[in-house]
Write a protein that binds this ligand. Sequence first.
Ligand code: PHE
Length: 354
Amino acid sequence: MEDINKLREEFVRECKGISSLKQLNDLRIKYLGKKGLLTQRLKALSALPPAERPAAGKEINILKRYVEAEIKRLEGDLSTLESRKKVATGFIDITIPGKYIPAGSRHPINRVLDEIVDIFLFMGFTVEEGPEVEMDYYNFEALNIPRDHPARDMQDTFYVETDGERQSSSPVDKEGAESDVVLRTHTSPVQIRVMEKQKPPLRFIAPGKVYRCDSDVSHTPMFHQVEGLMVGEDITFANVKSVLKLFVQSLFSVDTPVRFRPSYFPFTEPSAEIDIGCVLCSGAGCRVCKGTGWIEVLGAGMVHPKVFEGVGYDTEKYTGFAFGMGVERLTMLKYGIDDIRLFYENDLRFLRQF
Ligand code: PHE
């Protein structure tokens, strides 16, 4: 016991003098090496009378574990200290290249969507959302799209199968194939949902996914639209023109030619389509603009009184305008992309360019 206590005191004293990893290693060998002080004592156990062996062995092992732990602790302290010294003396090679961390990039659709949202936020619009799985009522009925309207054709609309009862008002064709739940074919139903909850004046856009049963170089079954609605007491067609012209010229460039062409939508009257001078041929006529020099980018118009009546707005007091645009199409024009399917093929060679 006395011997072991002395050894412990000696070790503690020696530890205080250690100031390098080299010295520490020498200390380790001195105590724990093959012929080390502790190793010797463990070997010597067999020379003791059998009755004393367990107690002596226990003491030696306790000290051994202490020595091991202390050496480990000192090793940690000393290596931090030594690497700090290395940095201080300029030993570390800072020219070694760093680790390469590959970063993704934003999808072109989201980039343009964000830009569109920013432009309208700047004009004081807020952002609203609505469901992609929509009631027939909001997608068609409330928007003054009659049951025999071509937009309801099974070719364009994805109907969602519903089990259980149909509402009595649900549209059912001769085969009974239609359902009163659809994947929204445009973002216009959000107009109705917001007007049902809010009173004028209001001014918002509604970006989101829409679905149509269609697929070729310029159509995908899912694409994105941004809807817009502004309702108040003195809204006129002049507001449609100023807001949409400012929008288009902010998204493209200040000198982009813009023209309004009469058109038809069941939920607006009068209605217009807005064209911009073809960004690819600057109006000279090309494949993309089909030789006309103009490309359609927006649908718009003054909200139809029937739509206001459906949501309980006073049609004598309020007027408003609505518009809708396709984000894929705007993105294709902005970046000169000629096949819409590229957006959804996840080809990194395409995506990395943005
Ligand atoms: N919902 C129309 C479409 O998808 C676009 C539109 C929106 C037109 C609002 C006029 C007003 O084609």
